[in-house]
Design a protein around this ligand. Structure first.
Ligand code: PMP
Length: 317
């Protein structure tokens, strides 16, 4: 792998050298308005010298649902794409924490600027090294955004359509501009929805609370994993229900969760300190259990991890 990017990526069924995977400049723009994508992580286990892709099947099933929603045809099965991703990671010799980014877009948008239901799709998968920030003490100061989260009456918030992401970008840029690290977006009825690119959980009186799936949130895989871990491994109560803005201000602990966000504690909201302003004990416990499930260090949730076989592939080359 070169310093800047991996050697290969995958485009429409073929493994290509990174620099050979090109499309014409006229495809810029409209091809991505209806595009959908996935953000997947693979974690390196140093003891086992193995890379594990986390919840690969669930991510690919969500890609299928996203494509269905934007009416892009998928020419590959979940099992084809699983093999494509595993092979790509092996061929790139990815022996480190890695982000995997499949994106389906409208092909030939020069001729078909306005999408038709039977539009041809292109599918590209690329990877990049992305170290985990778990356990490194990252914590955010957040604000409640003046932007509202997109809702079902405008765009489908449950799926990963690229156009949805302008909403979170506006909220994040506004937050950064005003000296915060991130933002909480309320939904169209004023309840808490999400942060840009991440779901939200808070803790009050030892109980975890998170906006339900009808609150205009993405159908997040991390959210579901953490609910399972909190209930099954930590014996905690998790309530999925509409969440008021004020609940953020009076929470004992708050954290963001998502594939890229992993678990990111929030220590203040609109300059109200959360708890004692430190990363809370329940957040910490969930973070430890989550990391073990990602890296496969405690044998939990084996079926959540797909081993890649990077070392054996490198040895065979
Ligand atoms: N909401 C949005 C808008 C996101 O982009 C993400 C990241 N994919 C999440 C929530 C968290 O979802 P997941 O846990 O599946 O990564």
């Amino acid at each position: 792998m070169s310093a800047q990017h991996p050697k290969y990526l995958w485009l429409n069924g073929e493994r290509l050298n990174w620099n050979d995977a090109t499309v014409h400049i006229t495809e810029l723009g409209w091809s991505t308005v209806g595009a959908v994508f996935e953000g997947i992580r693979a974690y390196w286990n140093e003891d086992q010298q193995e890379l594990f892709v986390y919840r690969l099947q669930e991510h690919l099933e969500r890609l299928e649902r996203s494509m269905k929603l934007v009416r892009l045809p998928l020419a590959y099965s979940v099992s084809d794409l699983t093999s494509a991703i595993i092979d790509l990671l092996r061929e790139n010799g990815s022996a480190e924490d890695t982000y995997i980014y499949p994106m389906a877009y409208t092909a030939d948008s020069y001729n078909h600027r306005f999408d038709k239901p039977d539009q041809a799709a292109g599918l590209v998968i690329h990877t990049k090294p992305m170290a985990s920030h778990l356990g490194k003490g990252l914590a955010y100061n957040a604000r409640v955004s003046s932007w509202r989260r997109i809702s079902e009456d405008v765009m489908p918030p449950r799926v990963k359509n690229l156009s949805n992401y302008r909403n979170g970008q506006l909220a994040r840029l506004e937050a950064l501009q005003d000296g915060y690290d991130t933002a909480f977006l309320l939904n169209n009825v004023g309840k808490v929805a999400e942060a840009p690119g991440a779901c939200v959980m808070h803790v009050r009186d030892g109980k975890i609370v998170t906006p339900d799936l009808q609150s205009s949130v993405l159908e997040s895989i991390t959210r579901e994993a953490l609910i399972t871990i909190a209930r099954e491994q930590l014996g905690l109560t998790v309530d999925e229900r509409p969440v008021d803005r004020t609940e953020l201000y009076v929470a004992d602990e708050i954290f963001l969760c998502g594939t890229a966000a992993e678990i990111t504690p929030v220590v203040s909201v609109d300059r109200y300190q959360v708890g004692n302003g430190e990363i809370g004990p329940i957040t910490k416990a969930i973070e430890i259990a989550y990391e073990a499930s990602l890296r496969g260090t405690d044998g939990s949730y084996t079926d959540w991890r797909t081993p890649v076989g990077v070392r054996s592939a490198v040895a065979a080359q």
